[in-house]
Design a protein around this ligand. Structure first.
Ligand code: ADP
Ligand code: ASP
Ligand code: MG
Length: 413
């Protein structure tokens, strides 16, 4: 008898028929004697609908109320799911974040899980119930509802698997696993059989939304092997696991893109100690995560500072920057939302030279101008104009030998 945590995303529970189909799949495990904990997302499109509704009420929706609203989508699916299980003649219980005591910090709209009390789930499992938990939501010590950030049901599932010391954690979605790039924009993308936590962390943080980044970081910390697979087939998917030697043989494992970025430039910032701190402290106090930062000296003790923020936080960041500009004696701030970050990722980069230069040559050959660059041990990222996203992803995918039957061309330094 195994304890299995399975998470089903929005497209897997998009309507009553799909919910019934998923219950059958879950019950096939229960019938073998496995203890089942099921984590569900809201029906596909529901969370977006709530976001739209919220913006019809307030230009910048109040974060506490936003979470109260967004958490309702998962309440619907868990209740329907438990009903479908009972209709099939088995016992089940639906539980919300506060009932499971998924405690989070109070950073509304992107709260972090602090602790989970697994006692209630264990009690229901011991009573042979399929336990159905609402993903994406938690509760603060003050009793306020929080949400974990878009895609956060993955995080609920992996955190529960860690807390319950589950034998398996399976993330069911609308593709067959983790691919070399988003199969929706590159038809020759290949399914990866095994990927390391570190590579998956990079891919997720760089835009591959197939797994929420926080779910991967919890999986890495608690050594939870995660199986990402399709709801609609029985095929083996991708295992996200600890690194092994075979993973280093290829220089690049995957290509990711992120269109949820915006760029802000503050021009003619006086080049003196404290300027950067005056810019970035209020941004970070507002809970906005800055990604790339570039500072260019202009001469005459002036610099330009360019940085990127999530596109959803652009208006808030601009408001803050507008008030900081005069304080630091800068000339002004401009910004653009029409950018995308394209990244190549692979643990093999550690011992293959020339990845960055190949990336730059490919983009130049395709006429794509690079606006910003950043690198780390296992990734190279370039910010480009958003309209070049698909072109850039497909040409890099081909150039690094990720398409079927192509050979990697890597220019040596
Ligand atoms: P769910 O609703 O099941 O959580 P998501 O929409 O969050 O599903 O994630 C699955 C989607 O992630 C896929 O449909 C695919 O378009 C996208 N995706 C982006 N990059 C990748 C990748 N490298 N591998 C697989 N899917 C990816
Ligand atoms: N329903 C939430 C979202 O759409 C959480 C999730 O699906 O993981 O972001
Ligand atoms: Mg998701």
């Amino acid at each position: 008898m195994a304890l299995v945590v399975q998470k089903f995303g929005g497209t897997s529970v998009a309507n009553p028929e799909k919910i019934k189909a998923v219950t059958e799949r879950v019950l096939s495990y229960s019938k073998k004697g496995d203890q089942m904990v099921v984590v569900l997302s809201a029906m596909a499109g529901e969370t977006n609908r709530f976001v739209d509704l919220a913006h019809q009420m307030q230009k910048m929706p109040d974060p506490r109320e936003y979470d109260v609203l967004l958490s309702t989508g998962e309440q619907v699916t868990v209740a329907l799911f438990a009903m479908a299980i009972k209709e099939a003649g088995f016992d089940s219980v639906s539980l919300l974040g506060d009932q499971v005591k998924i405690r989070t910090d109070s950073m509304h709209t992107k709260a972090r899980i602090v602790s989970i009390d697994s006692d209630l789930i264990q009690k229901h499992l011991a009573e042979n119930k399929v336990v159905v938990v609402a993903g994406f939501q938690g509760i603060t010590d003050d009793g306020d509802i929080t949400t974990l950030g878009r895609g956060g049901s993955d995080t609920t599932a992996v955190a529960l698997a860690a807390a319950l010391k589950a034998d398996a954690c399976e993330i069911f979605t609308d593709v067959e696993g983790v691919y070399t790039t988003d199969p929706c924009i590159c038809s020759v993308a290949k399914k990866i059989d095994r990927i390391s936590y570190d590579e998956m962390l990079e891919l997720a943080s760089l835009g591959a939304k197939v797994l929420d980044i926080r779910s991967v970081s919890i999986a890495k910390t608690y050594k939870v092997p995660v199986h990402v697979r399709s709801t609609f087939t029985e095929n083996e998917g991708t295992w996200v696991v600890e690194e092994d030697e075979n993973m280093e043989s290829k220089p690049v494992t995957g290509v990711a893109y992120n269109k949820n970025e915006a760029r802000i430039t503050i021009s003619k910032v006086p080049d003196r100690p404290g300027s950067a701190s005056k810019v970035f402290t209020p941004i970070s106090d507002a809970g906005i995560v800055v990604d790339m930062i570039i500072q260019n000296t202009r001469g005459g003790d002036l610099t330009d500072m360019t940085f990127t923020v999530p596109r959803t936080e652009y208006d808030k960041a601009m408001q803050i920057i507008d008030s900081v500009v005069s304080d630091i004696g800068a000339e002004g701030a401009t910004g653009s939302k029409d950018i995308a970050k394209i990244s190549v990722v692979g643990v093999g980069m550690r011992n293959h030279a020339g990845i960055a230069s190949t990336m730059f040559s490919v983009l130049s050959r395709e006429g794509v101008n690079i606006l910003m660059i950043s690198t780390s041990e296992i990734k190279v990222s370039c910010v480009v104009e958003e309209k070049y996203t698909e072109l850039a992803v497909r040409s890099l995918h081909e150039a690094f030998g990720l398409d079927d039957k192509t050979q990697a061309i890597v220019e040596e330094n």
